[in-house]
Write a protein that binds this ligand. Structure first.
Ligand SMILES: *[C@@H]1O[C@H](CO)[C@@H](O)[C@H](O)[C@H]1NC(C)=O
Ligand SMILES: *[C@@H]1O[C@H](CO)[C@@H](O)[C@H](O)[C@H]1NC(C)=O
Ligand SMILES: *[C@@H]1O[C@H](CO)[C@@H](O)[C@H](O)[C@H]1NC(C)=O
Ligand SMILES: *[C@@H]1O[C@H](CO)[C@@H](O)[C@H](O)[C@H]1NC(C)=O
Ligand SMILES: *[C@@H]1O[C@H](CO)[C@@H](O)[C@H](O)[C@H]1NC(C)=O
Length: 328
């Protein structure tokens, strides 16, 4: 009975995948012809906004100056308005003193960036070498990189994000011994640690403890705060591009930043479905565990649809298969 049910669910998934693939190719075809045709006919004008324009992203969101809270964009006395609640926080001299002095990305344009999601699709992908060959590598939520994962996910890290809930569930809210936390950061070297501290006020205190810990232990990692104002403008921007969801995932936030920062953006480990696109074998949710995400928070398939659209328009490159290894 149960087996039967699972079996029919499985075949339903496969059917949906195939159908989705078919629909997507049709849609791709339309987008490609639409986005590369200079003179659009009147009837297709409503879909014109679905063609992505990088300079519009920069002019609406200013990621290179605004994505991170700095002493420039948040002076003493100014207010931080949380993006996930209506709360505000006044910038005191003490808070100000831990902000980065200048934005690390100002006037910087990089050639190739890799944004690494944590999807189970990376297991046995052999993509580590390709990921590490990028000039700038972005990773999400303090992922493990050792224990045999290196070959498939790489090791180079220039920016790594942290959702503060990870300080709670992995490091005892940093109320006890703190060296395990500092030790765990060693593998990221002197990369930027981008902390999502100002979405919900409940996470601010633990985020500050994380920063004080890093400073007190003189860890080389460079902690910075994600600016909630940047998130608000990103949210509006992607909404104008047809994405309907309440909160953007870390993957889309870092991809957006990469689109402003880098000429060539490569995405790895982004695949929100439970079967591999090539041979349909079952995938775990992350490459390192099978913990389920909070579904109510993110509309992953909608975001993925957006990423595929950007891929088909040549704006970024989504890697969904295994990577070639060793000197071809
Ligand atoms: C894959 O997942 C489906 C649905 O969860 C399950 O029925 C099936 O047994 C799994 N297959 C393997 C090989 O683990
Ligand atoms: C980009 O912005 C310009 C000016 O605001 C607007 O006319 C154009 O439609 C936008 N393009 C896209 C693809 O949104
Ligand atoms: C993108 O938008 C800018 C400003 O709105 C415009 O000058 C540029 O031509 C657009 N690029 C493309 C490829 O549509
Ligand atoms: C950096 O960009 C700002 C604003 O676009 C500009 O005023 C400044 O001159 C630039 N600095 C350098 C070193 O290019
Ligand atoms: C990955 O490769 C290893 C070694 O070849 C194999 O034992 C393992 O089953 C593979 N895992 C998956 C999910 O394919």
């Amino acid at each position: 009975m149960r087996g039967q049910l699972l079996k029919s669910r499985f075949s339903l998934i496969i059917t949906l995948l195939c159908l989705g693939g078919l629909l997507t190719s049709l849609i791709w075809y339309n987008y490609i012809s639409l986005c590369s045709t200079p003179n659009l006919s009147a009837q297709s004008v409503s879909t014109k906004s679905l063609c992505f324009n990088r300079s519009n992203l920069s002019s609406k969101c200013h990621g290179l100056e605004e994505a991170i809270i700095t002493q420039n964009n948040k002076p003493v006395g100014s207010e931080i308005v949380y993006d996930g609640s209506k709360k505000t926080l006044k910038v005191t001299p003490e808070l100000f003193s831990i902000f980065m002095k200048e934005h690390p990305f100002s006037n910087k344009t990089l050639d190739t960036c890799a944004v690494v999601g944590n999807g189970g699709i990376l297991i046995n992908s052999s993509c580590g070498e390709m990921i590490d060959s990028a000039q700038f590598v972005i990773r999400c939520n303090l992922p493990p990189l050792a224990n045999g994962y290196e070959k498939h996910v790489g090791i180079k890290t220039d920016l790594v994000t942290a959702n503060p809930s990870i300080f709670n569930y992995r490091f005892g809210a940093l109320n006890g011994p703190r060296h395990p936390f500092v030790e765990s950061l060693r593998r990221y070297g002197n990369s930027l640690l981008l902390i999502h501290a100002f979405s919900f006020s409940a996470y601010t205190a633990v985020s500050l403890r994380a920063i004080y810990t890093i400073n007190d232990f003189e860890s080389p990692i460079r902690p910075v705060f994600l600016n909630p104002e940047y998130l608000k403008s990103l949210h509006l921007f992607w909404r104008s591009q047809g994405l309907r969801e309440n909160r953007l995932s870390t993957g889309l936030i870092t991809t957006s930043l990469a689109l402003e920062l880098c000429n060539n953006v490569h995405l790895y480990g982004f695949w929100p479905f439970s079967n591999h696109p090539h041979d349909l074998h079952n995938l775990t949710n992350h490459y390192y565990d099978d913990m389920q995400a909070k579904k109510q928070f993110h509309a992953m398939p909608a975001e993925f649809d957006l990423l595929m659209r950007l891929h088909s328009q040549g704006i970024l490159r989504l890697h969904l298969g295994d990577c070639p290894t060793g000197g071809k």
